[in-house]
Design a protein around this ligand. Structure first.
Ligand code: PLP
Length: 359
């Protein structure tokens, strides 16, 4: 018996997929991944040292992460009558949701440009993917969305609020219309909630088909990998069956619980990041030939001539941002910069200004 080669054995949709690419950031000023640039205060670092030293890593963690869930419920104001499911990052939650609804022929609908993982996970969970273009100013095309909902009857609609990579909040009334028109689930992905003033969390009671997703990654705990889904027990009860046991490791449970007891620390850092965002946007907006877009997140999307070339030149000057040029027709010549410390932002701004003067 001659064994099959990998490309004869692997599903064709996986063969066609390229892995999510994470560029090396060694020695770089890292402004590409929407991380919070700040460390924790030393009193928290010390408490974490103690907690992790004592952690019983020889034992499996609490499968329900009960203590952490309770702290999250309080600090993030999750409504009492809503259930919470935790994920190893919200990426895992997206995967759980899609696995739960992926009947043959089931569709997922979202907007483009949008968060890349929606399409990647849809592909390997065998869901049919429908991406509806945003308007050129990255606002929601409500008519196109409502038409697509009628045509495709999506099992699930994913909408990031604020959107990644554009950074804007979609119009709230339009989102309400979409939730009302949807025949299936609507997930509002609030990954950037710490930097925005708005949320659909308090609308969970109004809509039986709404779920709200959050993550601690952009808030400052990207390394811990913790996301959460909030919604009605009748939905989450079934999702829970797909969640792998012990998906939240013991270190994440203990450390995230401790830090979320001091949620104000992270909120203050988010407030600083929002101030830096305003300064950065102002600077970029005043550069000749640069167009910036409104952001309610911890990054700024901007457009300029020869974006791919500028991106490479920035890299040569040790500044890593995200190149979105050629990733979608609406993103021609677009780059995305994460808001870092003022020092990092200034280095980026000075470097960019110098490069533009030379080009
Ligand atoms: C970063 C991001 C996520 C994923 O976050 P993790 O919790 O780190 O997996 C989800 N949705 C959007 C829109 C994001 O930008």
């Amino acid at each position: 018996m001659v064994a099959l080669l990998p490309n004869q054995q692997i599903r064709p949709e996986i063969l066609a997929l390229s892995a999510y690419h994470v560029p090396s950031a060694e020695g770089m000023i890292k402004l590409d991944a929407m991380e919070n640039p700040y460390q924790l205060p030393s009193f928290l670092q010390e408490e974490i040292t103690r907690i992790t030293a004592d952690a019983q890593i020889n034992r499996y963690p609490d499968p329900n992460a009960s203590a952490l869930t309770k702290t999250l419920r309080t600090s993030l104001h999750i409504p009492d009558d809503m259930e919470i499911m935790l994920g190893n990052g919200s990426d895992e939650i997206i995967q759980i949701i899609m696995l739960a609804v992926a009947k043959p022929g089931a569709k997922i609908l979202t907007v483009e440009p949008g968060f890349a993982m929606f399409k990647i996970i849809a592909t390997y969970t065998n869901m049919e993917y429908v991406g509806i273009p945003l308007k050129p100013d990255f606002s929601l095309d409500l008519d196109a969305m409502l038409t697509a909902i009628k045509q495709h009857h999506p099992a699930v609609i994913f909408l990031a609020y604020p959107n990644n990579p554009s950074g804007n909040l979609f119009d709230e009334t339009s989102l309400n219309s979409i939730i009302q028109a949807a025949p299936g689930l609507v997930i509002i992905d609030e990954a950037y909630h710490p930097f925005a003033e708005k949320s659909f969390m308090d609308k969970l009671a109004n809509y039986p088909n709404l779920l709200v997703m959050r993550t601690l990654s952009k808030l400052g705990l990207a390394g811990l990998r913790l996301g959460l889904l909030a919604g009605r027990p009748d939905w989450l009860h079934h999702m829970e069956k797909i969640r792998l046991p012990y998906n939240i490791n013991i270190i994440t449970q203990l450390v995230a619980e401790k830090i979320m007891q001091h949620y104000d620390v992270l909120q203050q850092q988010a407030a600083v990041i929002k101030q830096s965002r305003a300064k950065l946007k102002n600077f970029l907006g005043n550069l000749a030939g640069v167009e910036t877009y409104a952001s309610d997140a911890n990054f700024i999307l901007f457009r300029l001539n020869n974006a791919s070339q500028v991106f490479k030149q920035l890299q040569q000057h040790r500044v890593l941002i995200k190149n979105l040029d050629n990733s979608h027709p609406l993103l021609k010549n677009c780059l995305r910069v994460t808001v870092g410390t003022d020092e990092e932002n200034n280095f980026f701004c000075d470097t960019l200004q110098t490069l533009l003067a030379k080009n």
